[in-house]
Design a binder for this molecule. Structure first.
Ligand SMILES: N[C@@H](CCC(=O)N[C@@H](CS)C(=O)NCC(=O)O)C(=O)O
Length: 226
């Protein structure tokens, strides 16, 4: 029996600035989405594993994409009202934070969004290399007390959690067709679901969900709306 829920599954990795934009935007719009009966679920995934599994490669490894992406990122930051530079420890390794997030998703889901927020901010705004245990601990301490934070850091490196992150990444690639982040699977509430890629396709998502929106309407200074 297919699910009748209207829902956005958002597969994110904190290493991806476009995941940061999508995360912020969806949280900001959560109430409006709720009034449309649309639930949002955030799911930690491992972007490097998605690249390997799908045969894709990080955009910055292709010179043409790397130079275009400087424009894309600057425009996205203006649009989403975020402002940051790429840290100098690039390329960034996200296995440790994504495992901590996977641990929360499984064991303490009510805290998942707080830690996602902390990881995005720590990495992109404060330039903390979350691949290092001491910096990951700093990100955890914004959400948890010392004892809890150390416990999560430890538990996140257990086989069960490593396997769970591998499994969800494999699911995103093999079942949902993911080739990058942010990746979305959107359920229309009538038993159908479609994939969406990127933080710049929300207007297509709202069309798919039949949600009224005005985002891309051009205002004509003489005649008003087109
Ligand atoms: N146009 C998309 C770009 C998203 C993007 O470049 N995501 C990167 C990770 S930060 C990725 O996975 N890219 C794969 C690809 O472009 O093939 C957006 O604005 O969100």
């Amino acid at each position: 029996m297919p699910s009748q829920d209207r829902k956005i599954e958002a597969y994110l990795d904190c290493v991806s600035p476009y995941s940061f934009y999508a995360f912020s935007y969806l949280r900001e719009n959560r109430r409006a989405l709720g009034t449309q009966g649309v639930e949002v679920e955030f799911i930690p995934v491992f972007l490097a594993g998605i690249n390997v599994g799908s045969g894709n490669k990080p955009p910055w490894t292709l010179p043409a994409k790397a130079s275009y992406s400087m424009y894309d990122n600057r425009r996205a930051q203006k649009y989403f009202k975020l402002n940051f530079e790429t840290p100098d420890f690039f390329p960034i390794l996200s296995l440790l934070p994504q495992r901590c997030l996977t641990y929360l998703k499984m064991k303490r889901p009510e805290k998942l969004e707080d830690l996602f927020q902390s990881c995005f901010e720590s990495l992109w705004l404060e330039h903390l290399d979350l691949a290092k245990q001491e910096h990951m601990l700093t990100a955890l301490l914004k959400v948890f007390n010392k004892q809890e934070a150390e416990g999560i850091l430890n538990a996140a490196q257990k086989t069960e959690i490593k396997q769970a992150l591998n499994d969800v990444t494999k699911h995103a690639v093999e079942d949902l067709g993911a080739f990058g982040c942010p990746w979305f699977r959107v359920h229309d509430g009538k038993g159908n679901a479609e994939p969406f890629f990127g933080s710049d396709r929300f207007h297509y998502m709202w069309d798919y969900l039949n949600i009224p929106h005005q985002n891309l309407e051009i205002q004509d200074p003489v005649f008003g709306k087109l």
